[in-house]
Design a protein around this ligand. Structure first.
Ligand code: NAD
Length: 338
């Protein structure tokens, strides 16, 4: 008997990664990409059952699919996920769920009809050091939180060294690129850690000289009803790259960093920094997502990151866009979010 049959839609960077991981976990892989060279590249890394230029053709051809993984540019996410779900096939959808709130709401409603489960790939939720940071904060290690500063910075030209950044979907508004949408991981992490905020004040801008028609810099100030403030900075301009979250509490400070892979804690009773280093690698979080997806496909578990989580992120994105274009704080109070 064969292993699960997974269709990878979008055979680019993340699609190939999911294909490699799922093949390691015993899956048979088919793939979709309009580009023949991308299909060939994926097939050179993992044995494939078949490759197709279009998702509709692939879905009509294979009647034994266990699941569909969607790693195409964001503008295609909602329609491709809809096509798979309507055939009753579970979906692992890469983030963001859609470039626009409307699409996210549409897909959320479809998942609520129970056709098939959808797992959303806000993969940093599966990153062990961030989970540990969350546990430490919940255990009151640094007391009541007052301020959180998130700094996420990585120069776009470094992301895909094998192609011109100008040709990458990230450079294109029409395909769903830009810092706000693509780095929405960190909006998701904020919601995962603290829940729904009361207001958002944002500046979404193009500051640098990259040849792109999307935003490259986002500064967001977010307020919570309990007084907590989050300052979120996202850019695709910075070198060296940085991912840091600094949590300030009444009794101390906790800093999570991606590089070095570490959590540092300083408290009033134990001043100075106490470091905890981690040895996990970036692919580990994708492997964890792949394992969860196979459990979701087998109906052994329900998705821990859902279309509703993706819609909540899009709500913050829409509020940030409004705030930035109108130059005002946007209240989320009274807005039906849940
Ligand atoms: N969870 C994560 O940490 C993570 C990491 C990387 C990328 N992503 C997400 O995955 C998606 C893809 O990113 P990427 O870096 O792999 O981009 P990519 O450009 O490397 O890959 C996208 C692929 O989709 C193909 N494609 C274009 N139109 C298509 C269509 N209509 N149907 C199927 N395929 C199509 C492109 O030819 C390309 O090969 C984005 O939404 C991105 O945000 C998530």
């Amino acid at each position: 008997m064969h292993g699960p049959h997974i269709l990878i839609v979008g055979s680019g960077s993340v699609g190939r990664r999911h294909a490699r991981n799922l093949a390691t976990l015993g899956c048979r892989i088919s793939c979709v990409d309009p580009r023949a060279d991308r299909r060939a590249e994926l097939s050179s890394e993992v044995p494939t059952v078949a490759g197709h230029p279009h998702v509709s053709e692939a879905l009509a051809t294979h009647h034994d699919l266990t699941g569909v993984v969607i790693g195409s540019p964001p503008v295609f996410h909602v329609d491709q996920a809809t096509e798979a779900l309507q055939r009753g096939i579970p979906v692992l959808l890469e983030k963001p769920i859609s470039p626009e709130l409307q699409g996210a709401v549409r897909l959320e409603r479809l998942t609520e009809t129970g056709l098939a489960p959808l797992l959303l790939g806000y993969t940093w939720r599966w990153w062990e050091p961030l989970r540990k940071a969350r546990d430490l904060i919940e255990a009151n290690t640094i007391g009541t939180l007052r301020h959180v500063r998130m700094v996420i910075s990585a120069h776009l030209a470094d992301w895909h060294p094998w192609e011109r950044y100008q040709d990458f979907f990230m450079s294109s508004k029409a395909l769903g690129g830009g810092a706000l949408l693509d780095e929405s991981h960190w909006i998701d992490v904020m919601l995962w850690l603290f829940g729904r905020p009361s207001w958002v004040h944002a500046d979404v801008a193009k500051l640098g000289q990259l040849e792109i028609d999307v935003d490259d810099n986002v500064d967001m100030s977010v307020g919570y009803r309990n007084g907590l403030r989050v300052a979120l900075h996202l850019d695709i301009l910075g070198r060296p790259h940085e991912k840091t979250i600094t949590f300030l509490g009444d009794h101390g400070t906790l800093i999570w960093r991606e590089n070095p892979n570490r959590i540092s804690v300083s408290t009033e009773t134990a001043p100075g920094w106490k470091d905890k280093d981690f040895c996990c690698e970036r692919n580990d979080m994708f492997l964890a997502v792949a394992r969860e997806f196979l459990d979701v496909c087998a109906r052994r578990t329900s998705p821990t990151c859902t279309a509703s989580d993706g819609r909540r992120v899009l709500e913050i994105i829409e509020a940030a866009r409004t705030s930035s274009s109108e130059g005002r704080r946007v209240s989320l109070e009274g807005v039906q979010l849940e």
